[in-house]
Design a protein around this ligand. Structure first.
Ligand code: GDP
Length: 324
């Protein structure tokens, strides 16, 4: 039985990836660094109609020795490093914490792999935020990095380190440069989930307004369910490589509001207002990815349309609000 270890298993991608791997017959271990996360993971698996369960193991990304002991014990065939302080806005308030977890944490995992599990295949969740202020055409794996936040800078470090370990030590390490991806399991602090939750609450009379930040920002939004497929495919290839995971289509935050509110029969312009509290010290104007390499090499494409994903998310938020 193939054995996988997922860091960041308590997040959206952790749940979708665990469900995917359990469905393929894997034995799945999830790294837990705090109490209480275990039930949340099993609850998310139930929401995804996944009958299997994840074995939780204690450890912490910023504690190298705990990671080494863990790899010695679990002996995973595949390691998916999804853990990060992943909220860009918070990285401005907590840049050092973000650096510790997202950058140094990755260095620790890579060192633990090098010492205790050098044959394991390794996936690193890289981020489209690394491209930052890139202008013009869609970004491929060859595009330059211009990180625009402490989070993005930490992700650039982690991305390069995976390449270093691949080149220097022969690590089977892959970076998936993940563009924005959402789902009903996305945290409420992220923009699309905030919008679908707001549209649901307003349509049910539970709220009247939705204060937002920069409505002109444009992002390439896909579904997490599709994106974890790409992660898995990367580790099944003959050789490790880096891949952009994206839809190739950009939508503005205003577009998201329009689609979500229209789904519940409302005009977003009557409810969405701009509140400067949600503006960022520096923002990325537009990111759109070029997934050609993933399509050619992995045979992967983003299957869920933006409209279908937003409809699924609004419906899930309506059901949750109705259930109180
Ligand atoms: P990110 O791309 O990883 O930063 O994902 P987010 O979902 O947090 O934000 C995407 C974009 O939405 C950024 O350009 C934000 O500036 C913009 N945005 C506009 N209003 C909001 C808001 O109220 N909350 C969040 N999280 N983002 C917002």
């Amino acid at each position: 039985m193939t054995r996988a270890l997922i860091t960041g298993v308590t997040g959206q991608d952790g749940a979708y990836l665990a469900a995917l791997l359990l469905g393929k017959g894997y034995e799945v271990y999830g790294l837990l660094h705090r109490h209480g996360g275990s039930e949340a993971v099993q609850e998310r698996l139930r929401r995804l109609n996944c009958p299997g369960s994840v074995t939780m193991v204690d450890g912490n990304l910023i504690d190298l020795s705990s990671l080494i002991r863990l790899l010695d014990r679990v002996k995973p065939d595949e390691i998916y490093n999804l853990a990060a302080q992943s909220f860009v806005r918070m990285s401005w308030d907590q840049p050092l914490l973000t650096t510790h977890v997202t950058a140094i944490g990755t260095a620790n995992v890579l060192e633990a792999v090098r010492i205790a599990s050098p044959k394991a295949r390794y996936f690193q969740a890289s981020s489209s935020e690394m491209f930052g202020r890139a202008q013009g055409a869609a970004q491929s794996e060859a595009a330059h990095f211009h990180p625009r936040s402490p989070y993005a800078s930490a992700k650039v470090f982690a991305h390069c380190l995976v390449q270093n370990y691949r080149d220097a030590f022969g690590l089977f390490g892959c970076n998936g440069i993940m563009f924005n991806h959402d789902s009903p399991l996305r945290g409420i602090e992220f923009v699309l989930r905030k919008i679908t939750d707001g549209a649901a609450r307003i349509s049910l009379g539970l709220a009247t307004d939705l204060p937002m930040g920069n409505l002109d920002a444009r992002r390439d939004f896909g579904h997490a369910r599709d994106y974890v497929q790409a992660m898995w495919l990367m580790l099944q290839q003959d050789a490790p490589d880096d891949y952009v995971v994206a839809t190739g289509r950009a939508a503005s935050i205003r577009d998201l509001c329009r689609i979500a509110f229209a789904h519940v029969g409302l005009d977003f312009e009557k409810h969405v207002c701009v509140d400067p509290a949600f503006l960022r010290p520096a923002d990325v104007d537009v990111t759109v990815g070029d997934p050609t390499h993933a399509k050619d090499k992995l045979g992967w494409t983003a299957e869920t349309s933006l409209e279908a994903m937003i409809a699924e998310m609004v419906e899930a938020d309506l059901a949750r609000c109705r259930a109180g």
